[in-house]
Write a protein that binds this ligand. Sequence first.
Ligand code: PMP
Length: 450
Amino acid sequence: MNTTSTVDTAQRARAVIPGGVNSGQRSLPDWPDLVVTQAQGARIVDGEGRSYTDYHAAFGPPLLGHNAPEVTAAVAAAGQRLDLCGVGVSSYEVELAETLAELVPSIEKVLLTSTGSEATFHALRLARAVTGRRLVVKFQGCYHGWHDSVSLNVISSPDRIGSPDPISAGILPEVLAATLVLPFNDVNAVHRAFAEHGDDIAAVILEPVPHNIGCVLPDQEFLSTLRRETERHGSVLVFDEVITGFRHALGGWQEISGITPDLTTLGKAIANGYPLGALGGRADLMEEFSSNPGSPVFFAGTYNGHPAIVSAALATLRILRTAPVHDHVFRLGDRIRTGLAEVMADVGVPAVVTGYGSVFVTYFMEGAPPRSYDDLLRNDAALFVGYRQRLREHGIFELPLNLKRSHVSYAHTDADVDALLEGTRAAVQRARQEATAPAQASSTMGGVTR
Ligand code: PMP
């Protein structure tokens, strides 16, 4: 049930904002009038004043929890001194670049953007510029932002595996044709692509852990094959660590795997929710962006390096380096994965509970953890979405859309985990009943105050 004021706000939104929201996948089919009013720590509050323990985490940025006080204070303090001047450089930007070069193995030089999409866009433009080649290789299920070169086979529908599946209308067919899409973790497909097109492959881009379809862990052999093949053929290897960066380790998945890409893109957890992305990597490649007259690759952005936003990143990284954030979120993540697997076994629902560190996801399917997008076609999407809708009745928010991952933050507690496990047990049982008796399903939806 929504009050008039919430419905009113959502209706006003739809009148002036296309679809009523400001980014894809923010509108929920079963909750069209969702308005958010507060966020603090591990909780978000809706327009009715109902509080939810939030595991959606805005798709990943608030690793410290929403509105982390030190980060908010750093933003305010920077604002007392400086705002955007659009000329020269500030000491904040220098300190952040030095910190990133220190933390992330591949980064010798780095540029700041406002979003992850800009970072991946510039990575691919740079790769094409330095190699003089056309093709980009990406992997099924990986998302790298909204721009044309990477906007296909992000999440393939079952009947479209293997065919170009653009995320949007309006993309030139020749741009789509310049992107090869391969199955993740498939070493043979990589060898074949390089055997056939090696001389024309500018870049290979991947999420080292494809989190845009939940969590598919990479085989070490797959990553080292990508490193060997790109090196052998003079292609640029790009790790898109927009999700894995900082969340899984301060040096990202490249630190964990020991495989160093040529370029790395960062975003999300870097500034705990303030809009910041970064592109870094080998100095010789990054120097192509040098703003000296005559440098070949253009790079710009009015808001790049905004002092308040950069201060948010500096405060976030300071906390990540000095407080036991990773210990805490990894421990809670382990508790959640173990606990959820026990719950699913207890209620007799075939499920694969997987994830890494602070990320967790339950797929409703038999067998081993997924190794590629194709494996996820066995997931029961109705149950995946259905139990997440039911979780709201227990004061818990996980995004009720298929294949979405969930996140735990430094602000979550053991008591939150207890409540999550209990709520999930009830929600899965309820969603399963509804799947067998669909006619009674819709009358009791809605949240509950906590
Ligand atoms: N790369 C990855 C792996 C992402 O998950 C995202 C965003 N979900 C992006 C790039 C794009 O980042 P942004 O939305 O900040 O443009």
